[in-house]
Design a protein around this ligand. Sequence first.
Ligand code: THG
Length: 368
Amino acid sequence: MNTPLLSPSRRVRRTPFSDGVEAAGIQAYTVYNHMLLPTMFNSVEEDCRHLKTHVQVWDVSCERQVQIKGPDALRLVELLTPRDLSKMSAERCLYIPMVDQDGGMLNDPVLIEAGPDTYWISIADSDVLMWVNAIAACNSFDVEVTEPDVSPLGVQGPLANELMSRVFNEDVKALRFFGCNRFAFEGHEFLISRSGYSKQGGFEIYVDNYELAMPLWNALFSEGEELLVRAGGPNLIERIEGGLLSYGNDMTRANTPLECGLGMYVNAGRLDTCFGGRALREELEQGSRQMIRPIAIEGHIPMCDRVWPVYAGGKQVGQVTSAAWSPDFETNVSIGMVERSHWDAGTKLEVETHEGMCDAAVQDAFWK
Ligand code: THG
């Protein structure tokens, strides 16, 4: 079948690393926050194998930063999420569900304290800036809400420690999971965190200097040559195996963070002071109606580019929104949203792909 191309234009923004991505032989992009996001270099399976055994450099510039800066910045951030922010510091970023007034998920970003009275919300694929700016304006908060020119670069995989310590210095190895600090490259201090959209471990470099973007990219490739470094990107198989959710796919504004399995980031003590608190408290008291679940699907499945209804005994009890063949686990791994009556591990289901019905079963945990 003929694969249609994506028409390039100014609206589909290039990144400071796009020249490097193209030189590395990019085969497929997706669009994320109105920007190019590389998804495949060799094949999804081959990229996955390499990610799990080596180290990759990811152009994740599309993880745009929404910057909130000013005396009321923290007060504004506290409205946006039910997560307890007291452990956040300049040395520690946090994964935060962002919810609307009804508890619906608006985004699932990483929150970074980028300076005094300055926060970066490192967003998933939705237009957070408009929501945040409107809240600031309506409350006359003393803040500026902007999208600074910051492009995260991921270094992911088991050899990420080795590569990063060659390009920056040994001290990057001391960063703990979700720790952050500043490290110099060619005289410029870059904010770096131990984070990223894979379960293989790694770092994200917040590249805020356009002139140094390609020199940094090139340094990672020359220092990583004997480590067999490659360009990569968020990998469909690896992220489903690990249960990393994709906003817009696995959850939308129609879902609460509790339904998304993000209950550990919902703090009961914060529900009086954030959007959606009342709805979330009610759901905490009554239990969730449905939940994100790992589902193994049998047989041959096409690309999951639409919602696949999930049935039990002829009645719809949920949906699957991400799925792929996993060579390591020798099954089709998938992420679904399943009603309470059918979410227990071992429950047999039927998944209606757009090419036919497949037997499936709820797993007790993601594969990792
Ligand atoms: N890094 C940064 N920004 C991002 C992403 C990222 N913005 C877009 C997107 N990814 C946001 N979504 C996620 C989803 C999962 C995680 C981070 C961002 C993640 N989750 C850990 C896990 O599930 O293992 C848990 C983190 C924790 O417990 O604190 O890392 O990747 N900068």
